[in-house]
Ligand binder design. Structure first.
Ligand code: PMP
Ligand code: GLU
Length: 397
C-alpha cells in the first residue's frame, strides 16, 4: 500500500500505544500495574459534568464557532489576565480538540519545509513527530540531569540558528517533571530576545506543581516576547478531563487565525458540550484542583522515595506533572529472563514479563537511559508496582 512520504518518518505515540496495551492485558485478566499514560485517575469533578449535562439539555448539540464558543474563549482570556496579568482578546484564543491538537494546528500554521524546531530533550513524544508532519526538522537538545533536566541559556544559544523557527518550552516537563524557575526563564528569555524565533510555551502542567516550586510563564516575565509566543494549555490534566478533548492556543492573532483556518478545514469545532464543561472548569471554584494536586504530591513523595531506595536506580525528583523518569543505566549488562538488558525498552519488557508492571521506555522521549513511570494512579497501585519492580531488579544477575 502506498502511503504518503510525510508519514514514513513518524510512529504512533508510544504513550497511547502502551496505555492501550495495558488495557488489553487487564481485559485478558492479567494483574498488571499500569504506569503508562499520563492521565489523572480521578473522575472529572461533578460541577463540570453537571455543566455538560445542562448544555446537552439546552440543546447545545450543533456546530459552534470553529475557534470555540465565545464564553470559553473569554474564559481562557480571563484566566490569563487573572493568573499572569497577560492581556489577550478572544481573537487571540483558539479552542481545539485537546492541547495536542492546538499544538498540531499551530505547527502546521508556522512551519515551512526545512524550518527547525528546537526541543529540549527528554521531551514529550509528540513534539518531534508533529514537527516532522509539518515538514520541519526537530533539533533535539539534550539537557543534563545535573542541571535538573533544564536547558541552560548557553545550550539554547548554541542550538538557535538562522533556520530556527520555533523553540518549545514545557515546564513542568513531561517526562522528567523538571520545572523552570523565574530565574531560569529570565536567562532563556535574554537569549530569545536576541533571536527572532517563535516560542511555544506548553503549560499543560502549570497547576500540577509541588513543594516550593512556583510556576512561571516566560511571556509574563518577559513581555517583549509576547508577539512571538504561543501558549498551549488544556483542561485535560488540571481538571481530570483527558477524554473530553478540550485544549487551547493563545497568542498573536495572525497565527491563531491561521491555525483556526486549518482547523476549519479539518476537524471544525471541538465538541460543543465539552466546551461548555470547560467553561465551568475554568471559571468555577478551583478547590478540586488543589485537592488533586495535594494527592499527586503524596504519590510523588512515595514513589520517589521507593525508587531512590532501589539498587541500581537513580531518580530525579520532579517539581511538577505526574511522571518520574528514573535512570536505569546501572541495570544495563545484567541478565534477566535469559536476556541481557541493554536499553530502556529491554528494561520495560523485563519488568512487564517478570513483574507485571508496565512503564514507558525512554527512547521515544529522546533518552537511552531512562524509563517513564506515571504516578497518576492510586498510592496502593504505586506501592504494589514498586514492590514488584524492586523484587524484579533484585533477581537480575
Ligand atoms: N503537552 C504535554 C506535555 C502533554 O504531556 C500532553 C499529554 N496529554 C499534551 C500536551 C496534550 O494533552 P491533551 O491533548 O490531552 O490536552
Ligand atoms: N500526554 C500523556 C502522556 O504522555 C497522554 C498521552 C499522549 O497524549 O501522548 O502519557
Amino acid at each position: 500500500m502506498k502511503l504518503s512520504k510525510r508519514t514514513q518518518a513518524i510512529k504512533p505515540a508510544v504513550t497511547l500505544a502502551l496505555a492501550a496495551k495495558a488495557q488489553a492485558l487487564r481485559a485478558q485478566g492479567v494483574d498488571l500495574v499500569n504506569f503508562t499514560a499520563g492521565e489523572p485517575d480521578f473522575d472529572t469533578p461533578q460541577r463540570i459534568k453537571d455543566a455538560a449535562v445542562q448544555a446537552l439539555k439546552k440543546g447545545m448539540t450543533k456546530y459552534t464557532d470553529v475557534r470555540g464558543i465565545e464564553p470559553l474563549r473569554a474564559a481562557v482570556a480571563e484566566k490569563y489576565l487573572k493568573d499572569y496579568d497577560l492581556h489577550y482578546t478572544k481573537e487571540e484564543v483558539l479552542v481545539s480538540c485537546g492541547g495536542k491538537h492546538a499544538l498540531y494546528n499551530v505547527l502546521q500554521a508556522v512551519i515551512d519545509p526545512g524550518d527547525e524546531v528546537v526541543i529540549p530533550t527528554p521531551y514529550w513524544v509528540s513534539y518531534s513527530d508533529m514537527t516532522l508532519l509539518a515538514g520541519g526538522i526537530p533539533r533535539l537538545v539534550q539537557t543534563k540531569e545535573e542541571n535538573g533536566f533544564r536547558i541552560t541559556p548557553e545550550e539554547l544559544k548554541a542550538a538557535l540558528t538562522a533556520k530556527t523557527r520555533v523553540f518549545i518550552i514545557n515546564s513542568p516537563c513531561n517526562p522528567t517533571g523538571a520545572g523552570y524557575s523565574r530565574d531560569d526563564l529570565l536567562g532563556l528569555a535574554r537569549v530569545l530576545e536576541r533571536h527572532d524565533c517563535l516560542i511555544f510555551s506548553d503549560d499543560i502542567y502549570e497547576k500540577i506543581v509541588y513543594g516550593g516550586f512556583r510556576f512561571h510563564n516566560i511571556t509574563a516575565l518577559q513581555p517583549s516576547l509576547r508577539e512571538r509566543t504561543i501558549i498551549f494549555n488544556s483542561v485535560s490534566k488540571t481538571y481530570a478531563m483527558t477524554g473530553w478533548r478540550i485544549g487551547f492556543a493563545v497568542g498573536p492573532a495572525a497565527i491563531i487565525a491561521t491555525a483556526g483556518t486549518i482547523q476549519s478545514q479539518s476537524t471544525s469545532n471541538a465538541t460543543s458540550i465539552a466546551q461548555a464543561a470547560a467553561v465551568e472548569a475554568l471559571t468555577g471554584p478551583q478547590d478540586d484542583v488543589v485537592e488533586m494536586v495535594r494527592e499527586f504530591q503524596r504519590r510523588r513523595d512515595t514513589i520517589v522515595g521507593r525508587l531512590k531506595a532501589m539498587p541500581g536506580l537513580r531518580c530525579f525528583e520532579p517539581q511538577g506533572a505526574f511522571y518520574v523518569f528514573p535512570n536505569v543505566r546501572a541495570l544495563f549488562g545484567k541478565k534477566g529472563n535469559g536476556k541481557t538488558l541493554a536499553t530502556p525498552s529491554d528494561v520495560v519488557e523485563y519488568l512487564l514479563e517478570k513483574a507485571r508492571v508496565l512503564a514507558v521506555p525512554g527512547e521515544d522521549f529522546g533518552s537511552i537511559e531512562n524509563i517513564r513511570i506515571t504516578y497518576a494512579t492510586s498510592l496502593q497501585e504505586i506501592e504494589k508496582g514498586c514492590d514488584r519492580i524492586e523484587a524484579a531488579i533484585r533477581k537480575l544477575e
